[in-house]
Design a protein around this ligand. Structure first.
Ligand SMILES: *[C@@H]1O[C@H](CO)[C@@H](O)[C@H](O)[C@H]1NC(C)=O
Ligand SMILES: *[C@@H]1O[C@H](CO)[C@@H](O)[C@H](O)[C@H]1NC(C)=O
Length: 291
């Protein structure tokens, strides 16, 4: 082999290959390494060498997993494929939550439906144990036929929930007007599947049909990064985290095209917004709704 062709070989194949392996090492999901079973025994299982997490629900129990790593401010991505067919009454959840009482939480919950009826993507934001900040959406695709990507960006200025890269909800840091923000206690990721037929489908009118059990939902490509919590501090608060330089962390506003997408989703797919629910808050809407 001539020198020039081996240089070409190295440049074109080996270096990219090495880079690719390196990237894979850093980012590859490994549910064995990153998660542990919370409840449901073997109803939740890890498959494909740690690449896929499957949750199931039957008449006796659902199942849940919890991530090990805790962050204050993070970016979490995961791909989910939901229960197909009649999933009425079931709730598949992917959320960030803190421990103890007065929990902080950033919730994404998929409320199942009868075959052919749309899933509802239910979101909520808890600060210091107080929620009641629901927004609900239908989706512009069938979330049961393939995997779709769901992302939570939680930075000091805002929380943004994305579906396949489109922002669907923004919750801003309104501490300046007295609304508590999630930033004091660390949160970690959870994936759970449970029976919510008291309320989930058409407000609880449609119950889970156990003939079709067990129900199954799949998770893959979980990625998390952010300010890692350790012993009462994070590497960001100590000023020595790469996270401080990341765009998702520094971003204070959505860019223009994202703002357009958000409007499009909210105009066409939002089915409930607590900020429009005057009957529910007779003494006035929550403060952040006036902004
Ligand atoms: C189920 O389908 C009905 C009818 O299309 C719809 O109104 C509802 O939002 C859907 N989702 C749930 C969780 O009930
Ligand atoms: C439950 O599902 C089974 C099989 O799909 C069906 O035959 C039955 O009628 C369903 N039950 C109810 C209450 O809808």
């Amino acid at each position: 082999m001539s020198t020039s062709s081996s240089v070409t070989l190295i440049m074109h194949y080996l270096i990219p290959l090495i880079l690719l392996c390196f990237i894979k090492l850093v980012y590859a999901t490994n549910f064995y390494r990153d998660f542990h079973i919370l409840w449901g025994n073997d109803r939740g299982t890890i498959l494909n060498n740690g690449k896929v997490l499957m949750l199931s629900l039957d008449e006796h129990s659902g199942s849940g997993f919890q991530a090990h790593k805790e962050y204050i401010f993070s970016r979490i991505d995961v791909q989910i494929k939901l229960i197909s067919g009649n999933s009425a009454g079931t709730v598949t959840a992917f959320y960030l939550g803190s421990e103890g009482d007065k929990r902080d939480e950033i919730d994404i919950e998929f409320l199942g439906n009868l075959t052919g009826d749309p899933y509802t993507l239910h979101t909520n934001m808890y600060t210091k144990g107080k929620g009641s900040r629901e927004q609900q959406f239908h989706l512009w695709f069938d979330p049961t036929s393939s995997f779709h990507t769901y992302t939570i960006i939680w930075n000091p200025f805002m929380i943004v929930i994305y579906v396949d890269g489109r922002p669907i909800r923004v919750f801003r840091n309104f501490e300046s007007i007295g609304v508590p923000y999630m930033k004091e206690v660390p949160m970690k990721a959870y994936a759970t599947l449970w029976n919510g037929d008291q309320w989930a489908t058409r407000g609880g009118m449609i119950k889970t049909n156990w003939t079709d059990a067990p129900f199954r939902a799949w998770f893959r490509n979980f990625k998390s990064k952010g300010c890692v919590w350790w012993n009462g501090e994070t590497d960001c608060s100590l000023g020595r985290s790469k996270t401080l330089k990341h765009d998702w962390y520094k971003q204070k506003e959505l860019d223009l095209s994202s703002q357009k997408m958000l409007k499009w989703v909210q105009r066409n797919y939002m089915i409930y917004n607590y900020c429009n629910d005057f009957n529910r808050f007779p003494n006035g809407l929550p403060l952040e709704c006036y902004r």
